[in-house]
Design a protein around this ligand. Structure first.
Ligand code: FNR
Length: 358
């Protein structure tokens, strides 16, 4: 169908499934084991309901915000997804260009298909970018990557902590990736350098080699969020890697509820918080999903697969359309919720009583 008939982010997935190269579909769509967590990620948003406010003069609504001190036209960013060229020859550059056009931030993955410098050279002057780091067993290599990223102006370092070993994504494994061991699938073939020996004591080292804000990507319970806060890190992404790692991990939006509650109880923090920012990713498909996370204390959320599907199916126009759809959804839903700006999207506007505290 023509792009003009695409009405929401789910549509891109449905089209991409039938139009993308099979190998790319297998890698992008796959998740760990029985894919229960992958399904739960979106389903968890269905357990949260709105409590809209009325008569607030919502003639003008503004859904822009700041993320780690950087301006963003929406409270969401493009999260890191590896191997961008599987779906389209321009790979991650599609995301870079669309992010510039729409004023949002792209998180560049360690395992991008395009080189880091190519992506940075494609970025518009002053365009804000984050970087996702997989920590190499060889820390000298990691140090070089981190310091190069900082020199090139990266504004936030997201250290992935949920992948000491890559999850089993059976759909992907069945595709028999040609590059290395044919039984392992695309993901495993490229990830053997990742250090399973990474631990909390490495965090001081990261602080010593860079001044970029440090965020842990893949935190899944309040205990680890508290540890990150106590170590002076700048935030955490509550994420299960799009359901691609530990199956039966909980969704990020569910974990958000216990993290804000426990960090308030134990450290007196309120959220959203400038000094220690909370992010959520996994299953975000609508502006309403984003608004639920914001109401519950997140600074912003990450979106992964929908953008891959959008550019794989329709090229650069596809991702522009995906971002335009999100802008349109924000405009309408902010009005209907009775929030004139992101600061007015508050906890009292959601009923999260179906999310259990732990
Ligand atoms: C990912 N994700 C990911 N995360 C990361 O830290 N490093 C990586 O290299 C990748 N690669 C990757 C590839 C693909 C194809 C997907 C789908 C995901 C995880 C990603 O950052 C994010 O956590 C999820 O994608 C969020 O879920 P949704 O939005 O895809 O449902």
């Amino acid at each position: 169908p023509p792009l003009s008939e695409i009405l929401n982010l789910h549509d891109f997935e449905a089209i991409a499934k039938h139009t993308m190269p099979e190998k790319a579909w297998a890698y992008y769509s796959s998740a760990a084991d029985d894919e229960i967590t992958n399904r739960e990620n979106h389903a968890a948003f269905h357990r949260i309901w709105f409590r809209p406010r009325i008569l607030k003069n919502v003639t003008k609504v503004d859904w822009s915000t700041t993320i780690l001190g950087q301006k963003s036209s929406m409270p969401l960013y493009i999260t890191a997804t590896a191997l961008g060229k599987l779906g389209h020859p321009d790979g991650e550059l599609n995301l870079t260009r669309a992010a510039a056009k729409h004023g949002i931030i792209q998180m560049i993955p360690t395992l991008a298909s395009c080189s880091f410098d190519e992506i940075m050279d494609t970025a518009a002057p002053g365009q804000v970018q984050f970087f996702q780091l997989y920590v190499n067993k060889d820390r000298e290599i990691t140090k070089r990557i981190v310091q190069h990223a900082e020199q090139r102006g990266i504004k936030g370092l997201f250290i992935t902590v949920d992948a000491p070993q890559l999850g089993r994504r059976e759909k992907d494994m069945r595709q028999k990736f040609e590059a290395e061991d044919p039984s392992e699938g695309a993901a495993r073939a490229i990830s053997s350098f990742i250090d399973p020996g990474l631990d909390w004591s490495d965090m001081a080292w990261f602080k010593s080699i860079t001044k970029m804000p440090l965020i842990l990507k893949g935190v899944q319970c309040w205990e680890d969020a508290l540890e990150a806060y106590d170590l002076g890190l700048n935030g955490v992404v509550l994420s299960n890697h799009g359901g691609r790692q530990l199956d039966f991990a909980r969704s990020g939006i569910e974990v958000l509820v216990e993290v804000t509650s426990k960090l308030k109880e134990m450290r007196g923090l309120s959220f959203p918080n400038e000094k220690f920012q909370l992010f959520v990713d996994g299953g975000v498909r609508r502006a309403t999903d984003v608004m639920k996370a914001i109401a519950l204390g997140a600074t912003a959320v990450g979106v992964g697969r929908p953008f891959l599907y959008a550019y794989s199916a329709y090229g650069p126009e596809g991702i522009n359309q995906a971002l335009q759809i999100l802008h349109d959804e924000f405009e309408m839903n902010m009005r209907l919720l009775g929030a004139r700006n992101i600061k007015e999207v508050v906890a009292g506007m959601v009923d999260a009583s179906n999310i259990h505290l732990h």
